[in-house]
Design a protein around this ligand. Structure first.
Ligand SMILES: Cc1cc2nc3c(=O)[nH]c(=O)nc-3n(C[C@H](O)[C@H](O)[C@H](O)COP(=O)(O)OP(=O)(O)OC[C@H]3O[C@@H](n4cnc5c(N)ncnc54)[C@H](O)[C@@H]3O)c2cc1C
Length: 373
């Protein structure tokens, strides 16, 4: 028993929202999967997640969507305003919601329960990435294992793991996240307001109560909770009526990055690329990583030497586009000069005047455009 080698198809390192879904999707395809996490299952993240139409479809296919008890709130309209243009940009998809808002924590809890039932998860387990390679012996808690493929899903902590190379943008930015109750119905509208201090997003909160919303304010400045409340009140007291804020506010670092290719690993979710939350698409891009991986498995054997490079090349284009677009928008709003204002003004007007462009934007935000597959 001591010398026995346990042979698996996949080792997944990191059981966050992306690693856990990947593990469950692969288990459902009858692969032998072991997923490990350096922490326990006590997922403390009380953020909400804007799930686009494509990601919702995957969660439905996996039988997860119906298990959500807090009512997901559909997003039927997106309103974008800025400090340069007087009238807003409106995005509406007539046929179906563009996305829905759910709680990260609830989704994670459902996934962990499923992985535990499958006996696929080991928590409080840390491995040094420098010492693990596919098809070579790996010791985990005194047991010997061999894995055909190693998926790294440790989020942004990839940047602090030694020996790992990434390209990093927008240092020193962070997001303040909290909740508030309001007098008026949120009408299932999501708002993004580009303030001089940074972008402020307000989304309906998952609940039967249609008078609860969440805010995400991303900035490179420090702001007191009182000042932030005043900023939100100033912008939302007309649409939402009187506001009452929850006591708790959380602060999350923003470090957009892109991971360089490494032949030994499949990088997925925030490990592969992390983008500024202004687009509300980081996790949705991770879901697309999972879908690409699942498609690739049907096209190539796991033993194929080109498997990892094909996966990387298929995901790199969209990652670079999102990383570039979100970083550029933030840069232009943050650096206020005549040239930047003119560029933003032209961009706003182009979107307002061309319906086709707006429709394309909506399709992309819904995750319905596959750039390379
Ligand atoms: C304020 C904010 C709002 C956002 N809102 C949205 C949104 O509305 N929609 C959207 O699509 N995206 C959103 N995002 C992005 C989204 O939160 C992330 O893309 C997503 O959570 C990333 O999940 P992940 O599993 O890749 O990484 P993580 O959630 O960071 O998970 C990593 C896991 O790896 C584990 N780990 C770390 N190091 C190791 C190690 N060495 N060994 C083993 N385990 C390890 C950790 O314990 C953790 O469990 C938002 C981001 C921010 C900052």
């Amino acid at each position: 028993m001591k010398n026995k080698i346990f042979k698996y198809d996949f080792l997944i390192i990191g059981s966050g929202l992306i690693g856990a879904i990947t593990a469950y999707a692969l288990c459902k395809k009858n692969f032998n999967v072991l997923i490990i996490d350096k922490n326990d299952n006590n997922f403390k993240d009380n953020r909400t997640l804007a799930v686009n139409a494509n990601s919702k479809e995957l969660l439905e296919q996996l039988g997860i969507w119906n298990e959500l008890k807090f009512k997901p709130q559909p997003i039927n309209k997106i309103v974008i305003k800025d400090y340069i243009n007087s009238s807003p940009l409106l995005f509406i998809n007539k046929d179906s919601p563009m996305g829905s808002v759910i709680f990260n924590k609830e989704l994670h809890k459902i996934l962990i329960k499923k992985l535990k039932t499958l006996k696929a998860l080991k928590t409080n387990t840390n491995l040094d990435l420098r010492n693990i390679t596919p098809n070579k012996l790996i010791k985990i808690r005194n047991r010997n294992y061999k894995f055909k493929k190693i998926i790294v899903s440790i989020g942004k902590s990839i940047n602090t793991s030694s020996g790992q190379k990434s390209i990093i943008f927008n240092k020193n930015h962070h997001s303040y996240v909290g909740f508030f109750n309001h007098e008026n119905d949120h009408k299932n509208i999501a708002y993004e307001i580009f303030k001089k201090e940074g972008p402020l997003a307000v989304l309906p909160s998952p609940s039967k109560d249609r008078r609860k919303s969440t805010f995400i304010f991303s900035t490179n400045k420090d702001i007191s909770y009182l000042d932030l409340q005043l900023l939100i009140k100033k912008n939302f007291n007309i649409s939402h009526g009187k506001l009452k804020f929850d006591k708790l506010i959380n602060k999350f670092p923003i470090t957009p990055h892109l991971k360089k290719y490494d032949k030994n690993y499949i990088y997925i979710g925030d490990t592969l690329r992390s983008i500024h939350p202004v687009a509300g698409q980081g996790w949705n891009l991770g879901v697309k990583d999972i879908q690409t991986l699942c498609k690739l498995i049907e096209q190539y054997p796991l033993e194929s030497k080109i498997f990892n490079s094909i996966y990387y090349s298929r995901r790199a284009v969209e990652s670079v586009l999102y990383l570039g677009f979100t970083s550029l928008v933030n840069y232009l709003y943050e650096n206020q000069n005549t040239v930047n204002k003119n560029v933003l003004n032209i961009g706003f007007r182009t979107f307002r005047n061309f319906r086709l462009l707006r429709d394309l934007f909506i399709k992309q935000a819904m995750g319905k455009i596959n750039l390379i597959d």
